[in-house]
Each structure stands twice: as structure tokens, then as C-alpha cells.
Write a protein that binds this ligand. Sequence first.
Ligand SMILES: N[C@@H](CCC(=O)NCCCC(=O)O)C(=O)O
Length: 252
Amino acid sequence: MRQPIIGIPCDVKRIGLLPFHTVAEKYVEAVSGGVGGVPLLIPALGSRSHVREILDTFDGILLTGSLSNIEPHHYGGAPSRPGSPHDPQRDATTLPLIDLLLQEGIPLLGICRGFQEINVALGGELFQHVHEEPGFADHREPETDDLDEMYGPAHAVHFTEGSLLRQWLGCDSIEVNSLHQQGIKRLAPRLEAEAVADDGLIEAYRVRDARTFSYAVQWHPEWKYHDNAISIAIFNAFGAACRERVAARAKT
Ligand SMILES: N[C@@H](CCC(=O)NCCCC(=O)O)C(=O)O
């Protein structure tokens, strides 16, 4: 049986004078080595994204993190502060795709911005500056150029009763990294919280009515995934669901 083909929607970033469609290498490596799939980048073409062809081509989709924020008009939020980073082409590519992936039963994993995108696409809302919200901690990344420090353990997350995380790991909590300023203000109706931080911020969820693996985390499991039991568990579950789709499609 062939390996699953896993789509990774791109960011649009300016490099020099020109815009590029890009994905950080750590996500490509995590799909290839951790999930066990063939990573293919999906350009952020927005409404020109040929969604039908995407749904027919891919056996799974990974929505990655990004420094850019989802434009707040997608979730009824207040206008962003001047200078906030946005990526409207990525928003226009991923947000319309998410419900269609769920309808088709295509496995879906969201990481950080991807975690926020699925919540927004399914009707949830975001805090734009979690650290300014009363009672919430600062979830932003540490000010360092040392990547091991930046993506190192930052805070605990506690697994909810009946969560897949608790099943996968057989424990109640883990330490995770944290590199985000936005966070879940209101969880979309179809989502079931799987883990929360000490301040109550939701850090993982699953899609309650999904036909297959449809899961997202606010932290970064792709960072040195091979050294991290929870990363391995998440990627194994995602990879197994993608392989199941390959097998099912081979019978049609
Ligand atoms: N901009 C959003 C999402 C933050 C996020 O995805 N950070 C990771 C960026 C770099 C990487 O992909 O590792 C927010 O601030 O909440």
C-alpha cells in the first residue's frame, strides 16, 4: 500500500521584495518522519484553491503554526492593532477547507495557528492577546534566539476526563511549549476540549462528531517530535488515520 499523501497549506511570506508560499521545514520533517506520510505543500491560493482536487488528492491535512494571526473579522473580533501580522491568503485557503475535510472524512491535524483556524472555521472565537485577559498567563514564546529554549517546555497542560491524550499517554498532564499570543475565547460547538492549561486556556481539542482523526493542539509537537512521547502519540494516531484512508480509497 502506498504512503499517505499529506497536504500542508502554505503561508504567504514576503522574502525581499517578493511574496513566497512557504512552510517551515520542521513541519515537513514531522510529516515525513513522524506521521510517515508524503508531505506536499498546498499554495495559499484562497478561493482559487481548487478545493475539489485537494479533497480528491490528499489522505490527510496538517494545518501548521504561523506568526501571522487569523484576521479577526473571521470570528467577529475587534480590529487588530496596527502592525499586527496577517496572512489573508492563508485564511482564505484554510478556513473554507476545514468543514469540507470533515464532511469528506479526511484526517486533520491542527497545530498552533492551525488549532485556532479549526476553532474559527467551526464557529468559535479567539482572544487576540491572551496575556492581557484577566486571569490568564502569558503564553508567548520566551525572548531568546535559542530554539531549544524557545520550543522548550513552558507550562503544564491537564488532560480532560476521557481524553485521547490520557488514553495515549496513561497520565493526567504533560509539559508543553508555548509560542502564541492568541487563544481560544469560545470553543466551537463541535469541538470537545482535550487539555487545558493551569489558567484554564484550552490547549487541545478533538472534533466531537468527526468520522476520523480530527484533532488540534495549541503547542508545537513537531519540535523534536522524536524525543517527545506525546508528539509520537499524536503523529502515530494521525498517520494511522491517514493510512486507513489510503486503504479505503484503494477499495473504491
Ligand atoms: N499567530 C498566532 C499563532 C501562533 C503560532 O502559530 N506560533 C508559531 C509560529 C512559528 C512556528 O510555526 O513554529 C498567535 O500568536 O497565537
